[in-house]
Design a protein around this ligand. Structure first.
Ligand SMILES: Cc1cc2nc3c(=O)[nH]c(=O)nc-3n(C[C@H](O)[C@H](O)[C@H](O)COP(=O)(O)OP(=O)(O)OC[C@H]3O[C@@H](n4cnc5c(N)ncnc54)[C@H](O)[C@@H]3O)c2cc1C
Length: 212
């Protein structure tokens, strides 16, 4: 990978050092608008798009879709506003807040709930169900999946799933839980990671930077 070569040339890379490359490292859920802290366009004449606006953790692989949706909308706005890039940027920003941000927020809710479950907690019925749990309930109640088509094809916003949340909630309240995905259990996985770490050469153990 070209991205790795610079880091290799520099010997053992350190986070933050020039040439430090961690492909896929900054895969956080993040939304950034076009404006600075003063609410004005951060760089008039330059319009941020794609991952520069929104990134989501790769649980669904949505980055290409959110990027292409933005590209299509931005091209429409540039056609509409011509040389008036300020108006195009502001209108694009409002559109991204309405149409793209909900996907980032959806991932934040799912990832936080997943983190709690991975830590051993049960499904939390005191909070809104995250989208992945609503979808999982579709295994026991196919009517839920039928209603999730717009969400799955991203032609409707995540809020569209709320219509079937009560059905999913009723299932979880009855004690039903989705079967875990096939694969190693927690202890087996810890063993595999331990073995891999033990076998890895010291020079390849790159410290992982703390999330920003
Ligand atoms: C490991 C990984 C797996 C992924 N899997 C999926 C998936 O399965 N499905 C999915 O939908 N999305 C996936 N994504 C996300 C998806 O790749 C991104 O959301 C998408 O590529 C963003 O498009 P973009 O055009 O905004 O940015 P990029 O595709 O990152 O394009 C930015 C381009 O700008 C170039 N560039 C950077 N700096 C400069 C500079 N100073 N001068 C000139 N050029 C520059 C870069 O080289 C790059 O070519 C994945 C991402 C990663 C990291």
């Amino acid at each position: 990978m070209p991205g790795h070569s610079g880091a290799r040339r520099l010997g053992r890379p350190r986070p933050g050092a020039a040439g430090y490359v961690l492909p896929g490292g900054p895969l956080f859920n993040n939304f950034r608008g076009q404006t600075g802290s003063d609410g004005r366009l951060a760089l008039p004449g330059l319009i941020f798009v794609g991952d520069a606006v929104a990134t989501t953790t790769p649980t669904f692989g949505r980055g290409v879709s959110t990027t292409l949706m933005q590209a299509g909308q931005l091209l429409r706005l540039l056609d509409e506003h011509g040389a008036d890039t300020g108006t195009a940027a502001e209108t694009f920003d409002a559109w991204c807040t309405e149409q793209i941000r909900p996907w980032v927020d959806d991932h934040v809710r799912m990832d936080e709930a997943t983190r709690r479950r991975w830590a051993g907690q049960d499904v939390d019925l005191d909070r809104p169900l995250p989208s992945d749990l609503i979808l999982a309930a579709g295994r026991a109640d196919p009517g839920i999946l039928g209603a999730a088509r717009g969400y799955l094809t991203m032609t409707e916003l995540p809020s569209s799933l709320r219509a079937v949340e009560p059905r999913a909630r009723a299932l979880y309240a009855s004690g039903w839980r989705p079967d875990p995905a096939p694969g190693p259990g927690r202890d087996e996985l810890a063993g595999i990671i331990g073995e891999a770490l033990g076998a890895a050469p010291e020079s390849s153990k790159v410290p992982v930077p703390a999330p920003a």
